[in-house]
Write a protein that binds this ligand. Structure first.
Ligand code: PLP
Length: 285
């Protein structure tokens, strides 16, 4: 079965799903995106993802091309047409097509909207979570507004590849002051040696992850002590546990950082429990 994409008003087979060479997303990474988990064929936390989408668009002064209701219909249609029960739906909005010039186009142009969806292998993801992953650290080299979910992801791409080249699965960015910001496509968490759950406060140096927000809701109810503050790599080396959170990976245990085993080198109980309870706190629609 050929996968189907939505592009600017049409549902088309992937091989025909092309964008204009002068799309500003293609030339300048002038656009934003969202990724939503799909589970049981339903969108997880659509409301929060669309809230963040509107915020990202607003920060870049890109018009929302459709109402949220219509966008929701399209997201569901792409999920259904691709028969995704468990997987992700991806949406991207760019400023649109215009003659190449750095400044915004003078006249009003229509933003471009692309939606794709794909299945993920649940058994594989669960096995990965059971094993946990190794991460490396890389110097933070992204721009100062990574709270905006732009499609400009080159530092993230290079960080992930550096991890893979070194036999790890992901990379944690570390800023000039020695503090961990986040992972290449996920938020970073530790459980300290005194049992406190710590993740960086939601400033301009991290993406305000939707999964991060839901996990914070969950820990409130589970009575786990949590601190939203920056933590160093050294604190992470001495942590009892570490994990990352994202829509496609939920809560994924980290068992080593730069070759230092975290805790006993196995996924820890807090991360495992949060992965288990996560969907009780997420919205399915
Ligand atoms: N941080 C970065 C850099 C990301 O790319 C992502 C997800 O793509 C996240 C954090 C986690 O965000 P969410 O939980 O909304 O998927």
């Amino acid at each position: 079965m050929s996968r189907i994409a939505y592009i600017n008003g049409r549902y088309v087979p992937m091989r025909e799903a092309t964008v204009h060479v002068e799309d500003r997303g293609y030339q300048f990474a002038d656009g934003v995106y969202e990724v939503c988990e799909v589970r049981g064929g339903r969108l997880i936390d659509e409301r929060r993802h669309l809230d963040r989408l509107e915020r990202s668009l607003g920060e870049l002064r890109i018009r929302m091309p459709l109402s949220r209701a219509v966008l929701g219909v399209i997201l569901r249609e792409v999920v259904a047409r691709n028969r995704v029960g468990y997987g992700i739906v991806y949406l991207q909005i760019t400023r649109g097509v215009a003659k190449r010039d750095h400044a915004f186009p003078a006249g009003a142009i229509a933003p471009s909207l692309v939606v794709t969806a794909r299945r993920l292998d649940k058994a594989r993801n669960e096995a990965l979570a059971t094993r946990g992953i190794a991460v490396i650290s890389v110097p933070e080299n992204r721009w100062g507004r990574v709270d905006i979910k732009t499609i400009g992801l080159l530092p993230n791409v290079l960080a992930r590849q550096a991890a893979i080249d070194q036999g790890a699965r992901d990379a944690w960015f570390v800023d000039e002051a020695g503090f961990v910001t986040e992972a290449s496509s996920a938020n970073a968490w530790i459980v300290t040696d005194t049992g406190k759950l710590v993740t960086r406060h939601a400033d301009h140096a991290i993406l305000h992850g939707i999964t991060r927000g839901v996990v914070l809701d969950a820990v409130k109810e589970q009575n786990i002590a949590v601190e939203q503050r920056a933590f160093t790599l050294e604190e992470a080396y001495g942590a009892r546990e570490a994990f990352i959170t994202s829509a496609s990976q939920i809560v994924l245990p980290v068992i080593s950082i730069n070759g230092h085993l975290i805790g006993n080198g196995k996924p820890g109980p807090v991360g495992i429990a949060l992965r288990e309870v996560f969907h009780r706190y997420a919205e399915a629609g």
